[in-house]
Design a protein around this ligand. Structure first.
Ligand SMILES: O=P(O)(O)OC[C@H]1O[C@](O)(CO)[C@@H](O)[C@@H]1O
Ligand SMILES: [Mn+2]
Length: 448
């Protein structure tokens, strides 16, 4: 599928922004992002002794410098200062500063890009990149992940749910060969829903508050079905079945999972990936993670490997069985982990073909791209104030590397592809429906 040329931004709805007072973007930038920065500063304070033990005085000085970087950032944000160019020498610095120039041109003289005037997607991504710079520019704590504690806590506090899921899945594997097609499809749909609702467990949305999965993830699936606003699971099943029937020895069936949050959600994504291989619906699963700590709970390579190790070391036989099998998949090369700087740039996905042609070309080799979470949905649709009935295909704005599906719980006020009247009906009874995390979509685009 050749990359079409995205529409000019002037032909698209405006981006969500803090300039719209009272919007969720405004509330996030005014209240929730400063909260996240404050928690990040507290985390550094609480690790002062560890930095001293590990690095001596140099570690404490670096911690002080990082804290002053973050305090300055919080002040810039809260007083709507202009967005400033990055001064670090990291691999993506030039792309970030080119994007700032692009934003300057867009505002064509109506003042400098700033926290409350610029697109929400831009300034929120920029905040996380500045948090990364605050650490990266202060060796010897430059490799410290300020979000690690929260991600690990989410994993440990979701133990009950993880045990329930691993136990259920290992039982399923025992008799997967006896399942008929209908039963296999049912199991696939169950595990997709666990992965969808696992997306509720994200720390940037809860501004760092605990968001672990407490209850058993398989209990309440039936009750949650009405909260799935777009349910394209049948289309996924058909696509995978057709791909399997067309398969020859040369062309393998490959599914890519563009990951979101570590913790329970990542385990639920591993289960989907294992099911795809064990049911022979796919031959390879490629995981796409983040190159730097991102949106508090997003999965980095360290989180990916740590989670597999934790499962293996667990004193629960089905958890450790999963961990052992999944490490085996990585060793065999039927599971592959990748990261790419594009996923932690401010660009929405309609510019991937131009900004990261290597990544776009790699995604084109996949039979199906599963995009997890709300931020990915915002980047798929440009984080714009779309009419709710605009087709998903149109909102993708020519981003069609391969058939794709978003598994997203709604945590921000943008949603397309709904039926006429569907949004109005929910709005009447639940005005917070787009930001409560209670509703979700499994939204497919065939990329034809
Ligand atoms: O982890 P997810 O599902 O991408 O959600 C992260 C979400 O946090 C928020 O930025 C809220 O701060 C959402 O708008 C954002 O998309
Ligand atoms: Mn996330």
């Amino acid at each position: 599928m050749a990359a079409g040329t995205a529409l000019p931004v002037t032909a698209l709805p405006v981006p969500l922004s803090g300039r719209f007072k009272g919007s969720f973007a405004y509330f996030t930038i005014k209240d929730r992002l400063p909260q996240i920065l404050t928690r990040t500063i507290d985390t550094l304070h609480r690790h002062k002794n560890e930095f001293f033990e590990e690095h001596g005085e140099k570690g404490v000085e670096a911690e002080k410098r990082a804290i002053s970087f973050l305090s300055k950032l919080r002040n810039e944000l809260q007083t709507d200062k202009p967005v400033t160019p990055l001064e670090d020498e990291l691999p993506d610095t030039t792309l970030w500063n080119q994007y700032l120039d692009y934003q300057r041109n867009l505002s064509n003289g109506n003042g400098e890009p700033s926290w409350f005037q610029s697109p929400w997607l831009y300034v929120e991504c920029y905040m996380y990149r500045r948090i990364h710079a605050a650490l990266a520019q202060n060796p010897p704590i430059d490799n410290f992940d300020v979000f690690k504690e929260g991600k690990a806590q989410n994993f440990f506090e979701s133990q009950g749910a993880i045990i329930a899921l691993c136990t259920y899945f290992q039982e399923l594997l025992k008799n997967i060969k006896d399942l008929d097609e209908k039963q296999l499809q049912e199991e696939f749909f169950k595990l997709l829903q666990v992965s969808l609702w696992g997306n509720k467990c994200d720390l940037s949305f809860s501004a760092g508050e605990d968001s672990s999965q407490k209850s058993s993830p398989l209990q309440c699936l039936e009750d949650m079905v009405p909260f799935i606003l777009v349910n394209d699971m049948e289309k996924l099943w058909l696509l995978l079945k057709n791909a399997k029937n067309r398969k020859t020895d040369e062309c393998k069936v490959r599914v890519d999972i563009i990951l979101d949050n570590a913790g329970f959600e990542l385990v639920s994504d591993f289960v989907v990936a294992d099911f795809l291989l064990s049911s022979k619906l796919a031959d390879e699963v490629h995981f796409r993670g983040k190159s730097i700590p991102w949106y508090v709970s997003d999965t980095t390579k360290n989180d990916f490997n740590w989670t597999i190790k934790q499962l293996q070391a667990a004193n629960h036989m089905w958890m450790s069985r999963c961990g052992i099998n999944w490490e085996g998949n990585l060793k065999k090369g039927v599971w592959v982990y990748h990261d790419h700087m594009f996923w932690t740039l401010p660009h929405d996905f309609s510019s991937m073909a131009e900004v990261a042609p290597d990544l776009y070309a790699d995604l084109q080799k996949s039979n199906l791209l599963l995009f997890k979470g709300d931020l990915n949905y915002r980047k798929l649709t440009g984080d714009r104030k779309w009419e709710h009935t605009v087709p998903f295909h149109q909102a993708l704005n020519k981003f069609h590397p391969a058939p794709l599906c978003s598994l997203r719980t709604l945590k921000s006020d943008t949603q397309v592809g709904l039926k006429p009247g569907q949004a109005e009906q929910i709005q009447a009874s639940e005005p917070e429906w787009m930001i409560s995390g209670k509703y979700g979509v499994v939204q497919f685009d065939p990329a034809l």
